[in-house]
Write a protein that binds this ligand. Structure first.
Ligand code: DSN
Length: 425
C-alpha cells in the first residue's frame, strides 16, 4: 500500500468511527443491513449485464439473472405492483427514465416547487429542465404543508399535462391523490410519484398506498426510508405493455448501461428483509418522528404543523430562524455529532441560508431507538439551538450513541452497523 492508498483508507475508517459516535438524522439516508452490505463486495461488483434477465448482451450472467428475477418478484410482491424494474442506478436516474419514456422536449409536466420540498430533479435547473420539459408547479397550503386541492384541480384542468408528477423531499403528509383521481381520469394523464423518501414506509403499510390511489408509476431511490443500497427502482400499476416497454427501453439503453449488479443484489436482499420487517420498522419510524416533533416543540423549538401531529412520515420540518437559521444550526449540530441538513421552508427564498432544518427518524429507528430516545435526542438539539457549547453536547451524544451501534429490523441484527463483513459461506 502506498501513502495515497493509506490516506484514503484512513479517512474512510475515520468516517466510520465518527458515524459510530454520531446521531444520524439526514432524512434521505439509512443503514443497510449486514447481509445487504455483504453483496457490495461480491464479484457482482466487477461484472456487466445489459438488457433484461435472459436477454443479456454479455455472457456470464447466469447467477445475475437469477438474482435479478428474484428482486423483481420480491419488489412486485412487496409493493403489490404489476411491473417493476430494478436497474435504475439511483432515484434521479429512475426519474430520467420516466422522462425519457413519457416526456418529449417541450412537453409540460405538473410538479411541486422546490420551497414546498420538491426534489431538485423536477426543477428547471434539474433533470426536468435539462430534458427541456416545462414544469408547472401546484399551488400549496402552508397550514397543512400539502397541495391546495381546489387549486391543483384547476391547474390540472388548465394545463392538461400528459404526466402529473408528485413526491417530495420534505414529505410530511401524503399527497391528496384520492381527491384528484376524477381529474386525472378526466384529462387522461399518467400519474407519477417519486416515492424515494417514503418507500420504506409504503413497504410497511404506512403513509399511503400510491398504486391503489391512482398512481401508475413510482420512481424511487432505495436507500432512504427503504434501507437498501444506493440504487433506484421503478414500479408500475395499470400500465399498458407499450408503456412498460417504453420504460424498460428508457432504463436501458436510455439512462443506464450496466446497472451496478452488486447494488441490485443488495436491493434484492433488502426486499427480502423488508418482507419480514417492514411493518414494525415503518410503524416505529413514524412514531419516532412524531415523538421527536412533540419533544422539540415542548422544549420551545418550533416544529411545523403542531396541530396535525407534525408529520405522518419519518421527517419533520423545524424552524430555527430565531436561533440563527438552518445553515448555522446545522453546522453547530454537526459540531455536536448530530448530523442533519439545513432546509428551505415554504416561505424561504434562499436555499443557501434557509430558516429550517429537516430531521429524519428512519436511521435512528434502524439503530433500535424508540420514543424515549427521541426525547433525549430532542434535548440535545434544543441545548445546541439555545446556545450551549456544541463540544459539551457532543460528549453526551457520544455516550448516548454507545448503545446504538447495530442495525435492527433485519437478519443478523446484532452485527456491527459500521463497516463491512466478509463474504464467506
Ligand atoms: N438529496 C436527497 C435528499 O436529501 O432528499 C434526495 O436525492
Amino acid at each position: 500500500m502506498n501513502d495515497e492508498a493509506r490516506f484514503i483508507r484512513e479517512n474512510v475508517m475515520a468516517h466510520n468511527k465518527w458515524f459510530e459516535e454520531c446521531i444520524p438524522m439526514i432524512a434521505s439516508e439509512n443503514l443497510m443491513s449486514p447481509l445487504a452490505k455483504e453483496m457490495l463486495i461480491s464479484d457482482f461488483a466487477d461484472r456487466y449485464a445489459e438488457g433484461l434477465p435472459g436477454k443479456r448482451y454479455y455472457q456470464g450472467n447466469i447467477y445475475v439473472d437469477k438474482v435479478e428475477l428474484k428482486a423483481l418478484e420480491l419488489a412486485k410482491d412487496l409493493f403489490k405492483a404489476d411491473w417493476a424494474d430494478v436497474r435504475p442506478i439511483s432515484g434521479t436516474v429512475a426519474n430520467m427514465a420516466v422522462l425519457f419514456a413519457f416526456a418529449q422536449p417541450g412537453d409540460t409536466i405538473t410538479t411541486c416547487a422546490l420551497a414546498q420540498g420538491a426534489h431538485i430533479s423536477t426543477q428547471k435547473f434539474g433533470a426536468f429542465g435539462q430534458r427541456s420539459v416545462n414544469s408547472v408547479q401546484y399551488p400549496w397550503n402552508l397550514e397543512d404543508m400539502n397541495l391546495d386541492v381546489d387549486g391543483t384541480i384547476k391547474l390540472l384542468k388548465e394545463v392538461k399535462p400528459k404526466v402529473a408528477q408528485f413526491g417530495l423531499s420534505v414529505f410530511l403528509f401524503p399527497p391528496p391523490l384520492k381527491e384528484l383521481e376524477d381529474t386525472f381520469n378526466e384529462i387522461g394523464c399518467l400519474v407519477w410519484e417519486d416515492c424515494a423518501h417514503v418507500l420504506g414506509l409504503i413497504a410497511g403499510g404506512q403513509f399511503h398506498d400510491p398504486l391503489r390511489e391512482g398512481v401508475n408509476i413510482i420512481s424511487s431511490s432505495t436507500h432512504k426510508t427503504f434501507p437498501g443500497p444506493n440504487h433506484g427502482m421503478l414500479l408500475g400499476a395499470n400500465l399498458t405493455d407499450d408503456q412498460q416497454k417504453a420504460l424498460e427501453k428508457a432504463v436501458f439503453p436510455g439512462v443506464t448501461s450496466s446497472h451496478h449488479l452488486h447494488a441490485m443484489a443488495a436491493l434484492a436482499i433488502t426486499l427480502a428483509e423488508m418482507k419480514v420487517y417492514a411493518k414494525d420498522y415503518a410503524a416505529q419510524a413514524v412514531k419516532n418522528s412524531q415523538a421527536l416533533g412533540q419533544a422539540l416543540y415542548e422544549l420551545g423549538v418550533p416544529v411545523l404543523c403542531p396541530d396535525l401531529g407534525f408529520t405522518k412520515s419519518h421527517a419533520i420540518a423545524v424552524d430555527v430562524a430565531q436561533f440563527g437559521g438552518g445553515k448555522d444550526i446545522a453546522q453547530k449540530l454537526e459540531d455536536a455529532n448530530i448530523i442533519c441538513n439545513k432546509n428551505m421552508l415554504p416561505w424561504d427564498e434562499s436555499a443557501v441560508r434557509p430558516s429550517g432544518l429537516r430531521l429524519g427518524s428512519q436511521e435512528m429507528t434502524r439503530l433500535g431507538m424508540k420514543e424515549s430516545e427521541m426525547k433525549e435526542v430532542a434535548s440535545f438539539i434544543a441545548r445546541v439551538c439555545k446556545g450551549e457549547d456544541p463540544a459539551k453536547v457532543k460528549e453526551d451524544v457520544k455516550a448516548f450513541k454507545k448503545d446504538f451501534v447495530s442495525v435492527k429490523y433485519c437478519f443478523n441484527e446484532n452485527e456491527p452497523a459500521y463497516g463491512y463483513r466478509k463474504l464467506v459461506e
